[in-house]
Design a protein around this ligand. Sequence first.
Ligand code: DOR
Ligand code: ZN
Length: 423
Amino acid sequence: MNLILKNARIIDPGRNIDTIGDIGVENAVITDPGKVTNAREIDLTGKVVTPGFIDVHVHLRQPGNTTAETIASGTAAAAAGGFTSVVAMPNTSPAADTAGAIEYLRQTAARTGVVRVLPCGCMTKNFAGQEMAGIGSLKSAGVVALSDDGKCIQDHSLMRHVVEYAKSFELPILDHCEDNYLAAGGVMNEGKWSVLLGMNGMTGAAEELMIARNIILARQFQWPIHMQHVSVKESVELIRKARAEGIPVTGEATPHHLSLTDDCIKTYDTNYKMNPPLRSEEDRQALLRAVADGTITAIATDHAPHTVTAKLVEFDHAPFGIIGLETALSVTYTELVASGMMALPEFVKRLTTGPADILRMKDYDLAEGKAADITVFDPEAEYVVDPSTFKSKSRNTPFGGRRVRCRNIMTIVGGNVVYEYGK
Ligand code: DOR
Ligand code: ZN
């Protein structure tokens, strides 16, 4: 069905547009609203229309752990959260380290997915950090990026060769930055709270060290390396300095690292356990500033579903990870925009053009003729997060019961309304 979105505040960062107006959608593409025929007209006074949000860091768990999530449920959660494209992390079982695995993902996404699933391939076989994956055949199979997320290649020489291959196949690298020796055995941030609670800590230096390694390789080979889930202030400083020097590195921050700190773990609730762990208030403030000033160019969820049973164990034994697709917009809007830290158009960049640039997608905007991937949200909404309404199959969120601002109300992918609040 064709659409005319009327009277919305259109924020289109790619074209530097922030205006009240109408947008037309006809035959899956953005069209002059004056020329659209047979349209459903939707009055969006007071609402904001933007290019569809892109999440560069999502675990869909299919194949391998479909009790926690499937491509169908994970993409439904993405649609509910306002995301029109998600990059699927390859740490599935089997891992997405071959052309066949990517073909399976593409076919299953085409059959059951609600939003666009952008495949990401492993850098190394079974993301084990030992032997390079077949990067050329992954590229031919259609991956948009490479990542060993969940793990980090420890062998710097191997990583160097991955960077060279990634460059020759023009694939961005998304890296989970963690030195295994420094982080070994940790279940939470190393700091005051790990001491008080008597738990093994992971020092922030484990992340900082690998970010420094990646900056060196990005400079040496002049190829982009994106740092996933940046969590400590020292990492922010390294990225800030590298970017000022023109080294092609980027970073993402997650909603949880922007809103929670390691003191939450005093409840022993395993929904506060993820990797990298929640850090100190100083780290959180540094991350908020970095997102606001553009040192960090993307908000990414690291949506990591785990079943209730998997998480219902002692903190030490619980798996790392929490879901995030359905709370990301509200949690980050509340921390960054409602708090007055950043203006709305700049914030929208971190969910649209920022991630698009990381994926080397050109001209991600709402120009006429473009695919109609559109997000509509209500910045005035205020509500309490209720996980029982989630589309995700998992419930491992620390945000249940939290009062937040801003709500996604409509998600449009290729001209189809794939989510509408209340419908
Ligand atoms: O908390 C996390 N969960 N961090 C990761 O790096 C991996 C992810 C997962 O796959 O569960
Ligand atoms: Zn990770």
